[in-house]
Design a binder for this molecule. Structure first.
Ligand code: ADP
Length: 246
């Protein structure tokens, strides 16, 4: 079976400063991969390379078995960037309209129909924001806006969700709820890649961990990560570990 993402020997530098060196990893269908590492360790860069938003200097990336530079099924990927919680740049549309846009890839030159509207309502229900459907996107809290983007990805029938620190600025209770939502989406078969600075949260939720600090320090299941020295090695190079306390 084809991997969802296949990163092979990738290096990337911003000018003269290397952000990724010889990183290879694969994400398989149904994985819940936590991407961890200190601040500035290249997590967002790696995610951008994986999704074809940045071209690696060397190495190759495949998405769903296709070279990323010719990949043309964007609707299969839901990407919620770090900026998703920001109000700035939000489109002047309602939540329902935003989610309905997820259907555009599927209607071709046809028109949005009843089925598209049903799928949209379903997606709003699934992420728990059906009651906010008529609000403007810019009226939502950061956490609610994240959910709207996830609903849009569900409406577009994405099978990969990539999330970059989705709960920054979200209160603890909403965060727990958010991770329960991710769990259930993952159980329904959606592959998840999650950047999260709180190590405890990721090791609780993700089945697999990639730990980077420019180079890859660990890629494998969460248990072997917890038992390994990868975390201290990766963090030892620069920063401090954020531990989650229950
Ligand atoms: P992380 O997501 O782990 O915090 P990033 O991938 O954002 O790390 O950044 C990795 C390194 O690349 C950091 O040293 C950062 O300062 C640098 N960097 C990130 N984006 C840019 C950019 N657009 N231009 C130059 N340097 C960048």
């Amino acid at each position: 079976m084809k991997s969802v993402v296949d990163v092979h020997d990738v290096s990337f530098a911003y000018g003269d400063s290397p952000a990724l060196e010889d990183v290879s990893l694969t994400v398989e269908k149904g994985d819940f991969l936590g991407l961890v590492g200190p601040n500035g360790s290249g997590k967002t860069t790696l995610l951008h390379v994986m999704l074809g938003l940045l071209e690696p200097d060397t190495g190759t990336v495949e998405l769903f078995g296709q070279p990323v530079d010719s990949f043309d099924e964007g609707e299969r990927i839901g990407y919620v960037s770090q900026k998703a919680t920001d109000r700035g740049g939000t489109m002047p549309v309602t939540v329902r309209e935003c989610v309905l846009m997820g259907r555009f890839a599927h209607v071709g030159h046809g028109r949005i129909g009843d089925e598209d509207r049903l799928i949209t309502e379903d997606a709003l229900e699934t992420v728990g924001i059906a009651d906010l459907a008529d609000q403007q996107m810019n009226q939502l809290s950061g956490g609610q806006r994240q959910r709207a983007y996830i609903a849009r990805a569900l409406a577009s029938e994405a099978d990969l969700l990539a999330l970059d620190e989705p709960t920054v600025g979200v209160d603890a209770e909403s965060r727990d709820e958010f991770y329960r939502l991710l769990d259930s989406l993952n159980r329904s078969g959606i592959t998840i890649i999650l950047i999260e600075h709180d190590i405890g949260v990721v090791t609780d939720r993700a089945g697999r961990i990639a730990c980077i600090n420019t180079e890859l320090y660990h890629h494998g299941d969460t248990e072997s990560f917890v038992e390994s020295n990868a975390l201290s090695e990766a963090y030892g190079k620069t920063g401090e570990v954020v531990h989650h306390h229950h």
